[in-house]
Every structure is written in structure tokens, then in C-alpha cells.
Design a protein around this ligand. Structure first.
Ligand SMILES: [Ca+2]
Length: 505
């Protein structure tokens, strides 16, 4: 938990100024060339030069607790982002919990390096992040690189409008201190606290979309590129338990807008082989002690699942409106758009009715789709990605300079050449366990000495841990050695690539 680990020497301000000066000279040179070309003429070569030099806008849309499985209902996200760019089929998070995951987004670091260990003080939450990284995070780096930066939605847990606008943000629209209320919440507009009521038009996700569309409308005529982090708060559940608007069957569950009140009323709850897992003898005691589900528990999971999907349709509408706004302004082609979630969620797999913070796939896998300059259209990327890659990707696209040693890597090269990936070794960690996820295996070491090992190629639902299977002894030894290298890694030592150890016949 060293606080200065991974810290680079302070950036020389001159280098930022020099870079801005070079950009300005380049822009002037281009303007002069365009003036010589005369009005009405069009030079494809100059067009390419301008496109190559203009830093892209960056729009990151992040949901809260959204599973990969739920992406099947996000028709606009899939058709307007994934189909127009890259869909990452195997994207993970280092620590599947809101605040640590968002701290990773803002630093490009794994939890053991960024030091935000949970959602609440003293080891986590906004206060912990701010004390460690207030003046050195993605927003600050992008501002230094000449970007206009904005956050709309939920910021880090326990952010309660102190300070009214944190450093690094040119514009600020945070729902605080209670981000999960669909109605009757407060929005902090650049330091002015605005209270929203309980009319259908006050529905939080739609208000966030309106703020974001307004932002795009205002900022896209500007030459200055923008970075917008739009963080919706669904499908996370949240109070109040009784809302004035339909649907009442989603009280005490994620709350959809009235227009989607019953869109998934008859949607069946997915029941993969791991649902209410019949035999958990291979699993740690925390799972073994769980009883099979009572019918009332299954009904609860199903209702919650349906309300989640309905609430996500509000986000899907928002993405359609945002893309339309960018297109109308001619800014779509030069905007890097990223869609993701901060962590996954359980819906009954392995006898876990709800929640996250476990090493199983449902918890650590998240949606990740991106489109933008240089990203090929309609590609599916099977190599592993992780949330620590997002900051490096954005820094790469924006030509910014990170103040921290980042643990992830830019995803832009792998979208063009998936074969550059030789087998990434991802660290999954949180208090209580550390794990290594490779393309084929998941190996977990718990603090109390328990172990799990899954061969995901043969057992994608993680039904049978092989940690006591002698046929897998050499696989386990090798993964344990690799995990030893990763648990204290920083920067390049987190990015080792190895082929998977061979599985037994
Ligand atoms: Ca979350």
C-alpha cells in the first residue's frame, strides 16, 4: 500500500507548453496551406494531414454493475459503437468494485498501486483517491495536453460536493451525495447545487443524457478537443424504495424510466449450468456454506434482473442521442468513444444471488466496445483486456503524458493487429484474494490458504475447480509462479506475456 509507488518524477511544465506550441505551429502551417489552396478547393492530402494532427475528442460512457450478458439488449450501443469499431469479448476488471475500478480508470494502475482499496474511508472512497491522486490522474493529464475535460454522473463513492469541483475538471456535473436515487437527487453543476424532483422528466439517467448532449452541442464547434466521462448509475440498485412513478414492481431494485416500465416483464432469467450450482464441493468454504435457492430467492433475482435490463434501455437511448449529436456537429469521425462498466454482477451463479467482489467470470468481466480514429470497423477482439488499459489507451490517442507509471497498455494496436497479443497475464485482486487470469485459466489464492483453478476452455462456467486434481499440478505450479510475479508488479512488470501452460490430455 505504498503511496508513492509507481510515481514518476514531476512532469516538466515546459514539455507540455512545447507540445502545445508545436501543435499551434502545425495548425498555423495547415491554415496557411489551406489559405493558399483557396476557398472551395479540397485537398485529400491536406484532409488526411488535418485528421492525423487534430487530437480526437474522447467520450467514455460507463455504467455501474453492468454484466456482459446484458449487452444483448443494448441495440444502439452495439450497432453505433461496437459494430462501427471494436468489441472486446474478454475484458476484465482488476478489482470488481465501484471505487477501486474507477480509481483504476483514472490512473491506469492496479489497486495495489493506486491504493484505493474499497468504496469507503479510510482505505477507499473519494477521500482516499483525492489524498493520493487529486493532482495526478487522467483528467489532469488530459487538461495538461490541452483538453477541455468534463465529468457527468456519479463520481467516486463518498464524493459529497467537497470540493465543489475537484482539480482536473474543466466542467463538472456530479450527482452527489446520493447518486443512486432515480428521482429527488441533487446535481452539482460546476458548483451550483440543483435539486431535481419526482416528475418522470426528472428521471436521473435521462437528465445525465441531456447534460451530455448539451455538452457536445456546446463544445463541438470548439477547436479544443474534449474529454467527457459520462457515468450512468444504472443498473446499480438504489433507493428510495417507493417511487412516485411506474413501474412499482421495480421498487427496491434498479429503476427504469416510465417509458420502459414493463419492457422485460416476461424476460426469463438466464440459468447457465452454474446457476444455483448443484455441487459446490470443489469451492471455498464461503461458497460451500451457501444453501440452494428457495423459490422466493429465484423470484427476487429474476425481478431484479428484469428491472436492470429495463433501466439499461435508458442508457441505450442516451448513447443513440449522443452519437446523433456528435454526427450532427460533424464531430463523430474524430471522437474516440468507449463504452464499458465498472464491474460485473451475479444473478444466481455459484449460489450467489447478487453482488460482485469475487473472482468468478460474472463479477470480473465487463462490456467493452470502442470506436474512433484508427480503430477498424466491426472487429471482435478476443485477446484479454483490462480496465487498467483504458487510461493508457486514452493517453495514447490524445498524445498526453501520464504522471504515473501505468500498469495497463494501450488497446489501439490490438484493435488493428489482434495477433500482437502473445498471451496476457492479468492480475485480479482485492483484500482477501489475488488471482491470475490468462486466456485459458483462472487461478486464485485466498488469504486463508484456499485455492481455485479453472480450465476455462473445458469448463467455461467454472463448475469444477482443478486445484486438487493431480493432472493439473504442473499448470497450478506455473500459474502460482506467475501470480507471484504479478502481485507486486508495477508498469512493465504487469504487462508480461506468456503462452498458457499446456493442459493435461
Ligand atoms: Ca459498480
Amino acid at each position: 500500500m505504498s503511496t508513492d509507488r509507481g510515481r514518476q518524477p514531476a512532469r516538466p511544465i515546459a514539455s507540455v507548453r512545447t507540445r502545445l506550441a508545436i501543435l499551434a505551429v502545425a495548425a498555423l502551417t495547415l491554415a496557411a496551406a489551406l489559405a493558399l489552396a483557396g476557398p472551395g478547393t479540397h485537398s485529400p492530402a491536406l484532409g488526411r494531414a488535418a485528421a492525423a494532427q487534430a487530437p480526437p475528442n474522447v467520450l467514455v460512457i460507463e455504467t455501474d454493475d453492468q454484466t456482459l450478458e446484458s449487452m444483448r439488449v443494448m441495440k444502439n450501443v452495439n450497432s453505433l459503437i461496437g459494430d462501427q469499431g471494436a468489441t472486446f469479448a474478454n475484458s476484465l476488471v482488476n478489482y470488481s468494485l465501484c471505487c477501486p475500478s474507477r480509481a483504476t480508470f483514472l490512473t491506469g494502475q492496479y489497486a495495489h498501486n493506486h491504493g484505493v482499496w474499497t468504496n469507503t474511508a479510510p482505505d477507499g472512497g473519494f477521500g482516499r483517491f483525492e489524498s493520493l491522486h487529486a493532482h495526478d490522474n487522467l483528467a489532469v493529464w488530459l487538461q495538461d495536453a490541452g483538453y477541455y475535460t468534463a465529468m457527468i454522473g456519479k463520481y467516486l463513492n463518498q464524493y459529497e460536493n467537497q470540493p465543489l469541483v475537484p482539480p482536473g475538471w474543466s466542467e463538472w456535473h456530479a450527482v452527489a451525495p446520493e447518486p443512486y436515487r432515480p428521482y429527488n437527487y441533487t446535481l452539482n453543476d460546476d458548483g451550483t447545487l440543483v435539486n431535481y424532483g419526482q416528475r418522470p422528466a426528472d428521471y436521473e439517467q435521462d437528465v445525465l443524457t441531456r447534460r451530455a448532449v448539451d455538452f457536445v452541442d456546446r463544445r463541438t464547434p470548439e477547436a479544443q478537443p474534449f474529454f467527457l466521462w459520462l457515468t450512468y448509475t444504472v443498473p446499480h440498485s438504489g433507493g428510495p424504495y417507493h417511487d412516485p412513478n411506474r413501474p412499482t414492481n421495480c421498487n427496491n431494485a434498479p429503476k427504469p424510466p416510465t417509458r420502459y416500465a414493463h419492457a422485460f416483464d416476461s424476460e426469463p432469467l438466464p440459468r447457465p449450468p452454474s446457476f444455483d450450482e448443484p455441487n459446490v464441493g470443489d469451492k471455498p468454504a464461503a461458497i460451500r456454506k451457501r444453501a440452494r435457492f428457495a423459490p422466493s430467492t429465484v423470484a427476487y433475482i429474476e425481478r431484479n434482473y428484469r428491472c436492470e435490463l429495463e433501466s439499461l434501455l435508458a442508457v441505450d437511448d442516451g448513447v443513440r442521442k449522443l452519437i446523433a449529436a456528435l454526427k450532427a456537429k460533424g464531430a463523430l469521425a474524430n471522437t474516440l468513444i468507449v463504452y464499458t462498466s465498472d464491474n460485473g454482477f451475479f444473478h444466481g451463479e455459484h449460489r450467489i444471488a447478487q453482488g460482485k467482489m469475487r473472482p468468478y467470470e460474472e463479477s470480473i468481466r465487463v462490456p467493452l466496445e470502442m470506436r474512433g480514429p484508427g480503430i477498424p470497423q466491426g472487429v471482435t477482439i478476443s485477446p484479454l483486456a483490462i480496465n487498467a488499459d483504458l487510461a493508457p489507451t486514452i493517453v495514447d490517442a490524445a498524445n498526453a503524458h501520464p504522471g504515473l507509471v501505468m500498469d495497463g497498455r494501450s488497446l489501439l494496436p490490438v484493435t488493428r493487429k489482434p495477433k500482437v497479443d502473445k498471451g496476457r497475464q492479468m492480475l485480479i485482486e482485492q483484500p482477501g484474494f489475488e488471482a491470475i487470469r490468462t486466456r485459458r485459466y483462472m487461478y486464485v489464492e485466498y488469504e486463508n490458504g484456499e485455492r481455485e483453478l479453472y480450465d476455462l476452455k473445458r469448463d467455461p462456467y467454472e463448475l469444477e475447480s482443478r486445484h486438487r486434481d493431480s493432472a493439473y499440478a504442473s499448470v497450478e505450479r506455473e500459474l502460482a509462479a506467475r501470480l507471484d510475479l504479478l502481485r507486486g508488479c508495477a508498469g512493465s512488470s504487469c504487462r508480461i506475456q506468456r503462452a498458457d501452460p499446456p493442459a493435461p490430455p
